[in-house]
Design a protein around this ligand. Sequence first.
Ligand code: NOJ
Length: 513
Amino acid sequence: MYIRSFADSDGDGVGDIGGIRARLPYLVNLGVNAIWINPFYPSPQADHGYDVADYMDIEPEYGTLVGFDALVEDAHGRGLKVILDIVPNHTSDRHRWFQNALSSRDHPDRAKYHFADPRPDGGPPNNWTSAFGGPAWTLDEKSGQYYLHLFAPEQPDLNWWEPSVHQEFEGILRFWFDRGVDGFRIDVADLLYKAHRLPNSPPGKAPPAGAAGPNYEFRIGDQEEVHEVYRAWRRLADSYEPRRVFAGEIWLAPDRTAQFLRPGELHMAFTLMDAPWDALAWRARVDAVIAAGRANEAPVATWMQSNHDTVRHLTRLGGGVVGTRRARAALLFLLALPGPLFVYQGEELGLPEAEVTNDMKQDPQFIRSGGTKAARDGCRVPLPWAVGQPNSGFSTGEPWLPQPAGWDAFAADRQEGDAASMLAFYRRALALRGELAPSLDGDFRWRDAPAGCTVLERHAGSRGHLLAACNFSASATEIPVEGEVLLASDTEARVTDGRLALPADSAALLWRR
Ligand code: NOJ
């Protein structure tokens, strides 16, 4: 959940911890078993919380530690785990360590960051670019040295070669684990260590820092040393009862990502399912991730379709009626796979990417790049909770990002009583997954399927088999299957005489004894 936009309890137009707590019953009804909350730490909000000024407190507009403890207790009482977001690659420039670092070249905290002398011509130490546009270096005029930031200048990168950084972060993990936090999502988990001695990227051989993409010949991050950090974090997590989990945000090719999931490292690393809507493309993506995991003795993959950085998948999948049909089908496809699925707030309401006019956009990536990089505001627009209330029930005050006209149409309360709604469908699908998951083993196989379709099969021991059939094509099809439909994304999907009729852009889960 993107806390700024989930639910506001105090009328300042910004979501908060009280808002999350008030909506715990909604989350339990939805059928999720854990929540991951984006950063809520004290922050100047240069990157909406991914610029942390203090890792062991809470930004007042989001709440207090006392309120957070109450949230954890309440969530646990309802069977929900609480996962926080940790940002170990960079701090805010307002963080005490960075302020100390700027105060004097001799301050011990200066070693926590990457400061380097200019090139002889006065330019930055190397040619790296920031993921948010422009050079990855900013001159500290007082000392005459540059500091490194792979994101905004307000987000100086930490230097993980410095032992005190490790000690600080182990203390931060303990601080939250001791409060009952069940785990962390790790921001840009692969980037902590940079290429030795910060060399220039050979032209055309390196991605902009933090960029998604295939393996590049030259890697700014993804250095071997980072794995020892996560092995140490894992030992710490395993010393708690119940054990705590880590989910890495890693934008590397599957074989590199799986390295982080080797025994004794992270539990999860996200795979964003953003392949084009095509049976072969989706199957290939799944196969690549699963194969990379197996080659590294890694646990099952972790799936997601949208988050606070992506265009909402309903829109990516075509938007409108088609995008909605595909989003329903995609949910069944992904829920049938082994491994956790992360749902981004609002996808259960069928939210499309919202239109935000340029003058209202707040994403630093958009602003800093002069509009050449896409704004992430459209997926961060505050949720619609209730029809006919100010700001669709999100807040009594003006929301920090404007909601588009007609947002009420997606309101949670409007969907509550409608069996055909996206919310009702998500609830049925997640409940079904909850029932089936304990009896399914971690394996699966693809069965033969007509062109444009996939059929996946999983075993439930002596109880039977789960089949998941998905028709990615624009025309209806029939698939020979044995079994009965448990849940389908389209009411027209049914089995007659051993053949499953599957309309265009739809999917069904079936059970075969
Ligand atoms: C990934 C986060 O999800 C994104 O929102 C943020 O801008 C960057 N990391 C930098 O922290």
